[in-house]
Every structure is written in C-alpha cells, then in structure tokens.
Unconditional design. Structure first.
Length: 137
C-alpha cells in the first residue's frame, strides 16, 4: 500500500524523537511513501533548525539529507498547481501543506500527518500515523 506522507513524518523517521517508533513502523508496513518535490526544501529547513539548535552537527545534517533524498527519490511526484490553489481556497492551510493533500487526492492514497490543521481541514483523506498503522493490522 502506498501513502502520502508530509515532511513531519519524513523528519520523524530520520530524526530520533517521540514519534520515531511510529514512523519506522509505518515505513516498514507500507510499500512507498509518496511525496511532492517540496518535501526536500521543508526537510532541509527542519535540519537547519536542528543544526542551529545544536541538536545535530553539519556532517550529520548532510548525511541525513543524503540518506532521505536517496531513499525517497523515486517516491517524488509532481502536483497540479490549480488543485493546490483550490485546496488553499477551501481551507486555512498553507499552499505548502496543500501540496501533500493534492498529491493524496490525485493518487487516491491517504495522507499521513500529525499536523492538526491538515487533520481538521481534510478529515476525508488525512490521518495520523496511529490510525494508518491500525488500518494496516
């Protein structure tokens, strides 16, 4: 089963934290994680915050982005700008967040996220990792 994951899920998978266990389980139980190309810039920004906070070093940040990019390169998909803008107009979510929703709708796959705004705005397609994991049991 394929799923669309937002950048937070990508970050939870590669950066140890309270959500890492669920992200790792989700990665093991799904075939592919689909992502819009935007995920790269967003993940770089997450790594920049960790780097500036001193949580990771530059070498680790470089290794993490290389690893994530290598694993997800074949999972990247284009999104339709018109579909994104339609979703923006119908919600209070950012255009960045709506790219993930647009991809999920286009591919007919769930969007897995821990973003409360996305979960609230798009309950028809967005779900948490815990819900996604329960559906795969």
């Amino acid at each position: 089963m394929n799923i669309v994951v937002d950048t937070n899920i990508v970050a939870y998978y590669w950066l140890p934290g309270v959500h890492t266990e669920n992200a790792v389980a989700l990665r093991r139980r799904t075939d592919d994680w689909l992502v819009p190309r935007l995920w790269r810039s967003e993940f770089r920004n997450v790594l920049a915050r960790y780097l500036r906070a001193g949580t990771i070093g530059l070498d680790q940040a470089r290794a993490l982005i290389r690893s994530a990019e290598a694993e997800l390169v074949d999972c990247e998909r284009e999104v339709d700008s018109t579909a994104v803008m339609d979703l923006v107009a119908a919600s209070e979510c950012s255009a960045y967040d709506c790219e993930f929703v647009a991809l999920a709708r286009r591919t007919g796959t769930p969007l897995v996220t821990e973003d409360c705004g996305l979960l609230r705005a798009f309950p028809d397609i967005a779900m948490t990792m815990k819900v996604a994991l329960r559906r795969q049991e």
